[in-house]
Design a protein. Structure first.
Length: 407
């Protein structure tokens, strides 16, 4: 039975080439190349790179830069620089892309995305659409139908004709291709001295590779002019006329005690006269937190992703569950604002271990310790908690997702 296009493409390891070797003259040179300008307090290129690093379907990320920009790149990316492969570009975007593709030869990925370094708003849904449409013989082009009336200019500066816009699209990136075929197309164009292609889909067309069009995103703008950068900065700084999508998720969990010598809470082993009973390490705090994070994207609960009937999770460290939820949240563009956990137990005392627990959560969530709250209360000797038969935990997580204009 023939596999569907989406099933086939999902099995292809996907690499990315981010082209950021240009000088950006149209945006002005006073503040340096536009890919290193700050928007929302971070470099444009850092925003772009992070979109792909946090996407679960992306493997190797190659960043192609100008040979003079090594210091700028490290300043812009910070710790992210250690997670990408750096390549020096050529004299044109086309040649820079070719050099980036060549850097992937030893890996030989099944599919590759090629993206402009100055498109910092390519979200996870757009990346998903592009990847899903790639197969061994077809490339993918994200594009938007042209809505403006188009005019062709005559030699004297007057209107020569109105161009029918039916079927016309404005191309975006990332553009996706089967790796071997797009590399061969670039190499063939290079050998023939052809350097006037305006994007990679044009090279694919020249090489007789069919390219499918998928829905682009109106937010996925290319920062070309100084005003584009200013508007992007306003958008990310919160001064743009947009409403952030702030979501709050709640989680609750409870585990009973059984014979043992310690309990694991927020990833920290705490000496105790009993231990918590559960299929994994029974970390009641992290189980509740996992559910809270999953709630912000409507992704079910911890049992949906890690069924207790599955033997591979027997005795597993619960931080695995939290880190999985964090990855899903970030793939949707979410930024974790804070996490608040309340433990309900008569014993053990949490206070002496709060600092270690906070540090562990900060590491798992990738947020500052000041955004983590851990509290404990008793149940005033009431109920199963009061009888010291178990521990309960309530978790709340706030996550900020990309916003939009009100409807």
């Amino acid at each position: 039975m023939e596999k569907s296009r989406s099933e086939s493409s999902r099995k292809l390891p996907t690499a990315v080439v981010i082209v950021a070797a240009g000088r950006g003259e149209r945006a002005g040179q006073a503040d340096g190349p536009k890919q290193y300008r700050l928007i929302g307090g971070r470099a444009v290129l850092a925003q772009t790179v992070e979109n792909f690093l946090r996407h679960p379907a992306i493997g190797t990320v190659v960043v192609v830069i100008h040979p003079d920009d090594g210091v700028l790149l490290k300043q812009a990316l910070g710790a992210l620089a250690e997670k990408v492969t750096l390549v020096h570009g050529g004299a044109t975007r086309q040649d820079s892309t070719r050099l980036g593709l060549l850097a992937l030869q030893s890996e030989n990925p099944g599919a590759v995305l090629i993206h402009d370094g100055v498109r910092p708003f390519a979200d996870a849904a757009l990346i998903d659409r592009v990847i899903a449409s790639i197969d061994e013989n077809h490339g993918t082009l994200p594009a938007l139908p042209v809505s403006d009336t188009l005019k062709r200019e005559a030699a004297g500066g007057t209107v020569a004709e109105t161009v029918a816009r039916a079927g016309l699209h404005a191309a975006q990136t990332p553009q996706g291709f089967p790796y071997a075929r797009i590399l061969a197309a670039h190499q063939a164009a290079h050998r023939q001295g052809l350097s006037e292609f305006t994007d990679d889909a044009a090279i694919a067309e020249w090489a007789d590779m069919p390219v499918r069009i998928v829905q682009g995103s109106p937010d996925n703008v290319k920062l070309t002019w100084a005003k584009d950068i200013a508007m992007a900065d306003q958008r990310l700084s919160g001064t743009f006329n947009a409403f952030p999508d702030v979501r709050t998720g709640n989680g609750y969990d409870v585990h009973s005690f059984e014979p043992g010598d310690h309990v694991t809470l927020c990833g920290v082993a705490i000496p105790h006269t009993k231990k918590l009973s559960g299929h994994s390490d029974a970390d009641v705090c992290l189980h509740a937190l996992t559910d809270a994070l999953l709630a912000t994207i409507g992704a079910g609960d911890i049992g949906t992703h890690f069924p207790p009937s599955d033997p591979q999770w027997k005795g597993a460290a619960s931080r695995i569950f939290v880190e999985h939820a964090v990855k899903l949240v970030r793939a949707k563009g979410g930024r974790i604002a804070n996490a608040d956990i309340t433990l309900i137990c008569e014993a053990p005392r949490v206070g002496p271990h709060r600092e270690a627990m906070t540090a562990a959560l900060s590491d798992m969530l990738g947020i500052d310790r000041g955004r983590v709250s851990i509290k404990a209360t008793t149940n005033e000797r009431l109920g199963f908690v009061g009888r010291e038969e178990g521990i309960a935990a309530i978790a709340t997580a706030s996550v900020v997702y990309p916003g939009g204009l009100p409807e």
